[in-house]
Write a protein that binds this ligand. Structure first.
Ligand code: AMP
Ligand code: MG
Length: 335
């Protein structure tokens, strides 16, 4: 028996499972490829193919539902896009053996709806750098209705909460339904365990997660400011919305994105935040922007009203906001 009652979550778990088959297949090829450091083509193939698969599944199961995905098909169209489209189609065929290029283009563009009313949002490969390194990445998928996240799934093909959560875990799906709870399951979708945040209330015992890309967290001075507040534990570095699953599980207490000091207007995209936020909230945690305001998903593609993101176990949230204000102030002073 599943611990939730939600046809939308049942669907989303299956769609993300299919997308993960595709991203894993691309990832397996990656291991045998000699890649130039800057070559992003494998992640591009995984991104497009996973979006096509989820969009196709959505149009079958909920034909009236809209989708806002990260990818658009323009790079796959015309003669310049033909070889990339052929590669993407090869991976989509793992799920839809009859698929052809024209259909793949249509499916990808099904993910370009206006984000209003009831709609789904998808980051087909969140954490592209992690994907390329063979470390953490996530297929992140959520249903929103008038700005409220209702259902979320984070498919994390390398996350294993029993073991080292940095890489090479067996894979997990974390999921949530608003008002019902949050759960984690091995990718077989059989054994759902409730997710629950930690109950740490003291900064001294805080375990912080941070983006592997230091420029995403924007906290070059973080360790020294944290030490001033009595936090000495070094952060665990991790790409993608896998961080939300780890906070929801209670294995870490906090992570954040501050706005870049020289680009204070920078805002996150809805597909980078909405799926993870419900998983943390339904596990008992708290989400806000870096000033403490609630996350506002009513501004379309970007979180226009929310500078930065702070995710915690809840009990530490107000203290964390104070520490992060200090981090930001000392960065501004150093400018
Ligand atoms: P990460 O948690 O490091 O894997 O990043 C998650 C997402 O946030 C990625 O899609 C990044 O592109 C985006 N992101 C976060 N902060 C920044 C930033 N300062 N500049 C550009 N992209 C960012
Ligand atoms: Mg992303």
């Amino acid at each position: 028996m599943k611990p939730f009652s939600s046809p939308e979550l049942e669907f989303a778990l299956e769609a993300v499972t299919d997308a993960m088959k595709v991203t894993r297949a691309v990832g397996a090829q990656l291991a045998h490829m000699e890649l130039a450091k800057e070559d992003k083509s494998p992640v591009t193939v995984a991104d497009f193919a996973a979006q096509a698969v989820v969009a196709a599944r959505l149009s079958q199961r909920f034909p009236n539902d809209k989708l806002l995905g990260e990818e658009s098909s323009s790079a796959l169209r015309g003669p310049e896009g033909a070889s990339l489209l052929a590669k993407v189609t090869e991976f989509v065929k793992l799920i839809f053996p009859q698929a052809d290029g024209a259909q793949v283009l249509d499916w990808i563009d099904h993910g370009h709806a206006k984000p209003e009313g009831r709609f789904w949002t998808l980051d087909p490969v969140d954490g592209t750098k992690g994907f390329l390194r063979g470390e953490q990445y996530a297929v992140a998928f959520a249903l929103l209705d008038h700005g409220k996240v209702q259902v979320s799934v984070l498919g994390c093909p390398h996350l294993g909460l029993e073991s080292d959560f940095q890489k090479n875990g067996p894979g997990t799906l974390s999921c949530a339904v608003r008002g019902q709870g949050a759960w984690i399951t091995p990718t077989g979708l059989e054994d759902f365990k409730p997710l629950k945040v930690s109950d740490h209330a003291e900064l001294v015992s805080l375990q912080v997660l941070r983006s592997v890309e230091a420029s995403h967290a924007n906290a070059s001075n973080m360790e020294s400011v944290f030490a001033r507040h009595g936090i000495f534990q070094p952060p665990v570095l991790m790409d993608s919305q896998a961080k939300y699953a780890v906070v929801a599980s209670g294995k870490a207490d906090l992570f954040f994105y501050l706005t870049p000091v020289n680009r204070p207007e920078h805002r996150m995209k809805i597909w980078d935040v909405a799926p993870g936020s419900l998983v943390v909230e339904e596990a008992g945690g708290r989400t806000s922007d870096m000033l403490g305001a609630p996350l506002d998903f009513t501004h379309g593609e970007t979180l226009a009203a929310n500078p930065g993101i702070v995710i915690t176990n809840g009990r530490l949230h107000d203290s964390a906001l104070r520490v992060l204000r200090d981090v930001q102030a000392s960065r501004q002073a150093a400018q």
